[in-house]
Write a protein that binds this ligand. Structure first.
Ligand SMILES: C[S@@+](CC[C@H](N)C(=O)[O-])C[C@H]1O[C@@H](n2cnc3c(N)ncnc32)[C@H](O)[C@@H]1O
Length: 265
């Protein structure tokens, strides 16, 4: 984007009809560009905790490149993004310019060398994967991270840990209906297990409210001008109801996970 607002043509799924668009790209079309459940503030905390300065950083699924900007601002030694949507990969490439590179591809098979990065960051992308794909992506993050490296994620969490299976199934069905994505949020315990099963140790977990479309959060995430534009676009396109239903789920989660040295048992 190079500091410029992306035009609608450049956004992923630009040719898709509004009613068939995945919720996150519909929001982006309307001008809501920060798409993580816990908002920009939680992202900034996550990035601070991940200690990016002078580190080799992998961003998994950077989307429109909003977090990529914040990562580059922290002066990593290197930046590489892996993004499956080619339009999104192009937008992130514009953001990072000559400070990094973006590989179009699957987060479960990045093609990066083993032990080649110190920090991996992934936001709002594991939630939308099947159980199998979640495990494959986390295993790939473990493979490419050097011993002692850090994997920081920002995803949707269900609360409480004891939520009955029927309730989880109902939430998934409603998400599929409203945001057109087979999202499968996990409880905190399930997220922990996913990561520890792959060999990670959990260093820190934090939470923020799932408030993607609450006015205060929109203002904090997008700033006054883009908020005004977002509201105006919602009204003008009369898709406000569809956008609101995209934020039906609650309970975001954030996890910062550090990997132990391989020499440890
Ligand atoms: C909800 S968006 C989040 C984008 C960005 N991380 C953010 O927080 O703004 C999800 C992103 O994940 C990407 N994605 C989904 N599955 C992927 C996969 N298996 N490999 C790489 N990227 C993937 C999508 O193309 C999309 O850009």
């Amino acid at each position: 984007m190079s500091g410029q607002q992306a035009s609608h043509d450049e956004l992923p799924f630009a040719a898709r009809k509004t009613e068939d668009m995945p919720g996150h790209w519909l929001l982006a079309r309307l001008g809501k560009l920060v798409l993580r459940p816990g908002g920009r503030e939680l992202t900034e905390q996550l990035l601070d905790d991940a200690e990016l300065s002078d580190a080799d950083v992998l961003e998994i699924a950077p989307g429109l490149g909003k977090t990529a900007r914040s990562i580059i601002d922290r002066n990593p030694k290197t930046y590489v993004g892996v993004e499956s949507d080619s339009a999104a990969a192009g937008l992130t490439e514009d953001v990072v310019g000559d400070r990094g590179r973006v590989i179009p591809g699957d987060a479960a098979a990045t093609g990066l060398d083993a032990d080649s990065v110190v920090v991996a960051i992934g936001e709002a992308m594991l939630t939308m994967q099947s159980d199998r794909a979640k495990a494959d992506i986390v295993a790939e993050a473990f493979r490419v991270l050097r011993p002692g490296g850090r994997y920081a994620i920002h995803e949707l969490a269900l609360h409480p840990d004891t939520l009955p299976d029927e309730a989880k199934t109902e939430i998934r069905k409603q998400l599929a209906r409203s945001i057109k994505v087979n999202a499968r949020p996990l409880t905190e315990q399930e997220w922990r297990k996913l990561l520890t099963d792959a060999g990670f140790e959990i260093a820190k977990v934090g939470f923020a409210k799932m408030a993607l479309l609450q006015p205060r959060r929109v203002l904090a995430d997008e700033g006054p001008l883009r908020t005004l534009k977002f509201v105006a676009t919602c009204c003008a396109t009369r898709t406000h109801a569809a956008a609101s239903s995209a934020c039906a789920p609650r309970s975001p989660s954030i996890g910062t996970n550090s990997r132990p040295s391989r020499s440890l048992p």
